[in-house]
Design a protein around this ligand. Structure first.
Ligand code: GLA
Length: 403
């Protein structure tokens, strides 16, 4: 066998393995991606060092084991384009380049996401991908990127253009030779839940940016936890395996610290409110993107972020998300069927005082008697039960698993 034959056989084999590895787009995220995103706390203050330290902290803190596998680099990583128009990272923030960073993140058993925008500039005014979709997708693939959050600032308002621009990027990612999931971030303003799959996306953002607050009381237009629940609930029938409602980042553990999530009234939340965010982001199978500083997390915040029984609801393989069955001025009740035949039931007290609430299972469509497990207390609390009655703190959500 001569050398050139061996070389071309090897090239053929490697080209085969590339195409054999490429996953159909609608199978790229069989469960909602979980990880940590740079934006809400660090904004542009990001670096190779921060990402590596965060990856280390996520492994050591048990987050990766619990399923938080992604690090999502958000806006302000860009350093423009080189003479060949290839996108480059800011050399001060990422002196080793993104490929070396991705290698490091992958060596920890994790994945790396990056950010761009379907216009010439991102929301922060940095280099974006319009007109360079294939070139940028190839660049991201060559770096080892696994996920792209694709924003929609500085782009035309109509839906047809949005669809076309997202499709162009999804096609470019498909051709890049690497499996790269696509998160559509047009904030639900053009009903992306209706066309996300058709254009090759896996996640559809449901609202404008989450703020570290319960709800918008200042009328500045910021999205609090309850606002996002109320906007997302009516859309839940659009969710299905591989098509997830992106309710934006978790603000759990930010406690009002300054950053993008502290704008527009984002003054911080109570632990009950943070528990509600985790509970309902899991009931709806939103991606879970933590944004607090992973190098210093309090026990109280770890209790919320690392509740594996609630995470199991988020990641349930059936992929059917919650339906809101009750919606009154004082409380809301959500039901979600699970792969093992059990049901998750969540009770949210939206009033500003503690309430005694009742869930009559038959009225929720669940006839029969159930063993009730409280997923925040981590224990079975009733057997052969047809209802649950108990106290729910202001803005708290309780989650039960009914078997
Ligand atoms: C938009 C997005 C945010 C974040 C910023 C970055 O506001 O909705 O999630 O990515 O842009 O500039």
């Amino acid at each position: 066998m001569n050398k050139s034959f061996i070389l071309s056989a090897a090239l053929f084999a490697s080209s085969l393995s590339v195409s054999a590895q490429s996953t159909p787009r609608n199978q790229l995220t069989p469960t909602p991606p979980m990880g940590w995103m740079t934006w809400n706390l660090f904004q542009g203050d990001i670096s190779d060092k921060l990402i590596r330290e965060t990856a280390d902290a996520m492994v050591e803190g048990g987050y990766v084991d619990a399923g938080y596998k992604y690090i999502f680099i958000d806006d302000q990583w860009q350093g423009g384009r080189d003479v060949h128009n290839n996108m480059i990272p800011d050399p001060k923030k990422f002196p080793n380049g993104i490929k070396a960073l991705a290698d490091y993140v992958h060596s920890k058993g994790m994945k790396l996401g990056i950010y761009s925008d379907a216009a010439q500039l991102t929301c922060g005014g940095w280099t974006a991908s319009l007109g360079f979709e294939e070139q940028d997708a190839r660049t991201f693939a060559s770096w080892g990127i696994d996920y792209l959050k694709y924003d929609y600032c500085n782009a035309p308002i109509d839906s047809a253009t949005a669809r076309q621009r997202y499709r162009t990027m999804a096609d470019a990612l498909s051709k890049s030779g690497r499996d790269i999931a696509l998160g559509i971030c047009e904030w639900g303003q053009r009903q992306c839940e209706e066309w996300c799959e058709e254009v090759g996306g896996q996640l559809w953002r449901t609202t404008y940016d989450v703020r570290d607050m319960w709800k918008d009381v200042t009328n500045e237009g910021g999205m609090g936890i309850l606002d996002i629940v109320n906007i997302t609930s009516p859309l839940s029938s659009y969710a299905r395996k591989g098509q997830w409602p992106d309710m934006d980042m978790l603000v759990v553990g930010l406690h009002g610290v300054s950053g993008p999530s502290s704008a527009l009234g984002g003054k911080g939340c109570t632990q009950a409110e943070y528990q509600t965010q985790m509970s309902l982001w899991c009931m709806f199978s939103s991606p879970l993107a933590m944004t607090n500083d992973m190098r210093k997390v309090s026990e109280e915040d770890r209790r919320i972020l690392l509740n594996r029984e609630v995470i199991a609801i988020n990641q349930d393989p059936l992929g059917k998300v919650a339906e809101r069955k009750v919606n009154t001025d004082t409380h809301q009740i959500f039901v979600r069927p699970l792969a093992d035949g059990s049901y998750a039931v969540a009770l949210l007290n939206v009033s500003d005082a503690p309430l005694t609430l009742t869930a009559d299972f038959a009225k929720l469509g669940l006839s029969g008697k159930y063993t009730v497990r409280d997923l925040w207390q981590h224990r079975d609390i009733a057997k052969n039960a047809k209802n649950w009655k108990g106290k729910v703190q202001a803005h708290e959500t309780k989650v039960f698993r009914l078997k």
